[in-house]
Unconditional design. Structure first.
Length: 277
């Protein structure tokens, strides 16, 4: 409520001050974090529904803050996106994920893919070259890297986007459309862009099997993916009812707490890649 006599304005100013200084605190912290390498990656397995095999992992960033402990990406990625810091952070992520891919590749792991999240700000004409450099720096075999992109990236100038994507897929890197179904673009982009995988957003998985709408949406996305010869993965699978439903509908892959939380590289190797060590 606005109180012209003063009280509410004072309250508003204080709130605003807090959020501005909070933002500045985060921003300067992020600069330091980049210099001192305070970031690390966790890996969450992606499972083949039919064979039960681990086919790959999504790399998820964490920030080991010296005072505040481990900070989740939702707390700092939005601020990083408002500044240019996201470009440096995503570059760090790409490099770290490729370094890890090399370690697993050298240990004899085969048919495995590490997926990296790409922010819309990073999706520019220079991205293919930056990816190519990371792949050759770490000598990663083709097919080891996947990018998770969102619908918002497809809404930039369509010709540019198609060209960028084609250059990326020409490197043997696959593209997954993340948070599928939550964006605002039309389905026609599925025809134009070289996308390999649709990733059904967790918000549509949550209500399965009780929520009829969630069931309908998830089934429709799986059907669409199959008809268009895309692979389809469900994220945020937390219980066996959801798994059974997705399996029945023919979903190719799943990811979620039901199988595993995101793990650090060491734990991931121990638990997921036992047969290779
Ligand atoms: P996302 O790409 O949709 O990633 C999936 C998020 O869901 C992850 O959260 C993951 O830990 C969480 N999750 C996985 N399985 C389950 C489940 O069964 N239940 C529930 N409730 N959650 C589950 P996280 O790691 O906190 O990441 C949040 C978001 O931050 C990501 O959403 C992504 O948009 C962004 N992000 C994470 N890492 C990076 C990165 O390296 N670069 C960029 N640009 N963004 C990143
Ligand atoms: Ca993702
Ligand atoms: Ca996602
Ligand atoms: Ca999501």
């Amino acid at each position: 409520q606005i109180d012209k006599a003063g009280g509410s304005y004072t309250f508003y100013d204080a709130e605003m001050n807090r959020s501005i200084s909070g933002r500045m605190y985060l921003e300067s912290g992020l600069r330091r974090a980049l210099q001192r390498e305070e970031f690390f990656l966790l890996y969450q397995p992606k499972l083949d529904v039919r064979s039960g095999k681990v086919l790959g992992a999504e790399a998820l960033i964490r920030w080991a803050h010296p005072q505040d402990g481990i900070i989740a990406p939702n707390e700092f990625i939005p601020v990083a996106e408002e500044t240019n810091l996201i470009l440096q952070i995503d570059a760090w992520v790409l490099d770290a994920a490729c370094a890890q891919a090399k370690i697993w590749q050298s240990a004899g792991v085969q048919a495995f893919r590490i997926a990296v999240n790409v922010s819309a700000r990073e999706f520019t004409v220079s991205l293919p070259e930056r990816i190519e450099q990371a792949l050759s720096k770490h000598q990663i075999s083709s097919g080891w890297l996947e990018l998770e992109i969102t619908e918002s990236m497809l809404m930039q100038n369509a010709d540019d986007v198609v060209a960028i994507m084609s250059q990326i897929t020409a490197l043997g890197v696959t593209l997954a459309l993340d948070d599928f179904g939550t964006g605002f673009s039309s389905l026609s982009y599925l025809k134009r862009f070289p996308i390999d995988t649709l990733k059904i957003d967790r918000s549509f998985i949550q209500g399965i099997p009780d929520d009829a709408d969630d069931c309908a949406i998830a089934s429709a996305i799986i059907g669409l993916a199959k008809q268009m010869k895309h692979k389809v993965i469900a994220e945020g699978v937390e219980n066996s009812e959801q798994f059974a439903f997705l399996q029945k509908m023919g979903c190719d892959e799943i990811q979620g707490y039901l199988f595993s939380r995101p793990l650090d590289a060491e734990k991931f190797s121990e638990v997921m890649l036992r047969s290779f060590s």
